[in-house]
Ligand binder design. Structure first.
Ligand SMILES: Nc1ncnc2c1ncn2[C@@H]1O[C@H](COP(=O)(O)OP(=O)(O)OP(=O)(O)O)[C@@H](O)[C@H]1O
Length: 205
């Protein structure tokens, strides 16, 4: 599939955060959105994921043959992990996974043991998400986004709060995703270097 951004612009009050952004993203490719703090990476990522609307322009999801995908279908094709996307803190990990399975945000057959093995963590089963460390919560978010196995994966500052071992775990998991369309908003050199393409937000000001 493809994501086509055409003349996307975003303005907050008097501030233009993105100007005339046009780009075609494709499956099997990975893209780094780069730029200094406050330059608009998260804003553009949310627009590309159709989580927020541009002030001008449009974002369209397309099949390989360029036929368009209905906008109400797009969210089912996306997984998204970001510091501002919260987990449900009052759940245990098992309850959270079951909830996401029911929402079809994770594969139906996924077990707690498989998930724990995947994220290389064996947290206390009765512990609430709110009592996990920030790094563990981040790793759970990333694990959910990766195991959702959606065609499009969006990550905003994915290795925030992760130690070196967990960062390397994430880098390895991204390298294993050969068919997905991956977009990572980041300033971290290691995250940018994971991606085949770089897009500087400063080119769209
Ligand atoms: N809802 C909003 N209302 C008003 N201004 C906003 C809103 N969201 C973002 N902004 C502004 O848009 C600009 C870009 O913010 P954004 O979070 O997209 O940048 P960023 O490049 O992701 O930054 P960082 O690297 O610090 O995460 C900032 O000036 C920010 O204050």
């Amino acid at each position: 599939m493809k994501i086509l951004a055409e003349h996307v612009e975003k303005k907050f009050r008097q501030e233009w955060v993105v100007r005339s952004f046009s780009y075609q993203f494709e499956s099997g490719q990975s893209y780094a959105l780069t730029g200094p703090n406050g330059s608009g990476k998260s804003t553009l990522l949310r627009i590309l994921a159709q989580y927020s609307l541009p002030t001008k322009g449009q974002v369209t999801f397309l099949h390989e043959d360029f036929s368009s995908i209905e906008s109400d279908q797009c969210h089912s094709l996306i997984s998204y992990a970001a510091p501002y996307v919260e987990l449900i803190e009052e759940f245990t990990l098992s309850e959270l996974l079951n909830f996401l399975i029911q929402l079809k945000a994770l594969p139906a057959q996924l077990s707690l043991a498989q998930f724990q093995e995947y994220i290389e963590l064996q947290p206390d089963k009765s512990k609430y998400i709110k009592n996990y460390s920030s790094g563990m919560r981040q790793k759970i978010k990333l694990g959910i986004a990766l195991m959702a196995d959606k065609p499009c994966m969006f990550f905003d500052e994915p290795t925030t709060n992760l130690d070196e071992k967990a960062k390397n775990w994430f880098y390895q998991k991204i390298k294993e995703q050969s068919n997905q369309l991956i977009i990572i908003a980041s300033n971290e050199a290691a995250e940018i270097n994971l991606c085949q393409h770089r897009i500087s937000i400063l080119d769209f000001k």
